[in-house]
Design a protein around this ligand. Structure first.
Ligand SMILES: *Cc1c(COP(=O)(O)O)cnc(C)c1O
Ligand SMILES: [Zn+2]
Length: 387
């Protein structure tokens, strides 16, 4: 297998370039997240869809488009290559013939967070990190703990006290250090930043380092491949920190540079919870940035992100794609979860179920035509939310 085509990191805000083979965090000049850039002109000559498709299953099939250099450093527990399931019964119910669910629940630790943390831990280890810290609503902490265990390095997970029981149990089971805090992921974020600077731990908080988004990008690569390099018309994505959304959008432009897809893009839809919808509010008011959401509350804990750090990137993606953002209530989420389970046999995480609730709304508003091809992301397993 050929190595990574990573050439440098770039600040999407000011355009400054940063060294690829040094550990990076955010742009020191404007505090923006950094993005990995690859030598796609060169890669285009050797890398083909056939090569990627013939490799052993899993996220590292896309190694050329991931930031880890050495094959030995590609940490894996079997993440990626999740099924794209035709939602045959919901299709009939909704009179929407082309509907799929990309089901991320089969990832290690039961959510798509595994993709991001596999990439981030592998990359940071390669660049010399030996100790990790993460603020989390729950699932990212579980995923970090698993990959840190696998890599035999310590991890410190800062989680709200009211995070799902399964997340607290898994973090301890993997031998990581669990620190519970009052409040939301924002409060956990402050504590994580303090601990990181005090102890020199590497903070893998969403978009405070550039590698997690690269792992999540593989959802977009897989989706394009599964749809025969002809992207769907609409993608529903439950948005907390927005890593998956920004990652997939980035994947699509990289694929276009490689000549594997054309310039047609899906309309990207951010689904948030009514009790915490900073992106929806910013989208509706045409703001460039999202204001912090006060007193955030929702049972979809992965969506309880009051101040997404990559707000600019998320909003830019929604607008560039002619997409939209909408909030659904916890009642709608629960009823969609029930429906997805009974009708399709998929016990979705509430965040994933939120996508179905959002789809129902947008169909009612005729924002989606019946002949369009729609993909919903179920980002995790409902089993992680049992109480
Ligand atoms: C973290 C999480 C989300 C939100 O993901 P982002 O990429 O941060 O927007 C959605 N669903 C589940 C199950 C999550 O754990
Ligand atoms: Zn910058």
């Amino acid at each position: 297998m050929v190595g990574s085509a990573l050439s440098h990191l770039e600040c999407p805000q000011c355009g400054r370039r940063y060294e690829a083979d040094q550990l990076q965090t955010i742009c020191p000049v404007c505090d923006s997240p950094l993005l990995s850039r690859y030598d796609l002109d060169q890669l285009k000559k050797t890398f083909t869809p056939e090569i990627a498709s013939q490799r052993q299953r899993g996220m590292w099939r896309w190694a050329e488009l991931l930031p880890v250099r050495e094959a030995d450093h590609r940490l894996t527990l079997g993440e990626g290559d999740t099924p794209l399931i035709p939602a045959v019964h919901l299709s009939a119910d909704l009179d929407l013939p082309a509907l799929w669910i990309k089901d991320e629940s089969s990832n290690p630790t039961g959510t798509f967070k595994a993709r991001g943390l596999a990439a981030a831990v592998a990359c940071a280890l390669e660049l010399g990190v030996r100790d990790f810290v993460i603020p989390t609503a729950g699932n990212a902490g579980g995923a970090l703990a698993a990959y840190a265990a696998r890599a035999r390095v310590p991890a410190h997970v800062i989680m709200p006290k009211d995070a799902p029981q399964a997340n607290q149990v898994e973090v301890k089971a993997f031998g990581a250090d669990l620190i519970l805090v009052d409040g939301s992921i924002s409060d956990a974020g402050k504590r994580a930043a303090d601990l990181a600077s005090e102890h020199g731990w590497f903070n893998v908080s969403t978009f405070k380092e550039p590698y997690r988004v690269e792992g999540k990008k593989t959802m977009g690569l897989e989706l394009a491949e599964e749809m025969k390099w002809d992207l769907p018309d609409v993608i529903f994505y439950p948005t907390g920190g927005g890593t998956g959304l920004v990652g997939m959008w980035k994947a699509f432009s990289e694929l276009e540079c490689l000549g594997w897809i054309g310039d047609r893009r899906p309309r990207m839809v951010s689904v948030q919870a009514a009790g915490c919808a900073p992106i929806v509010r910013a989208f509706q008011t045409q703001a460039e940035r999202a204001e912090i959401w006060q007193n955030a509350t929702t049972l979809a804990t992965g969506l309880r992100v009051p101040g997404p750090y990559a707000d600019r990137l998320i909003l830019a993606c929604l607008r560039a794609s002619n997409g939209t953002a909408l909030a659904v209530t916890d009642e709608e989420i629960l009823s969609a979860q029930d429906e997805m389970a009974r009708r399709e046999g998929i016990l979705a995480a509430p965040e994933g179920a939120a996508c179905l609730a959002g789809l129902r709304r947008l169909l009612k508003q005729n924002w989606i035509r019946r002949d369009e091809r729609v993909v919903l992301f179920n980002t995790g397993s409902g089993l992680k939310y049992l109480t």
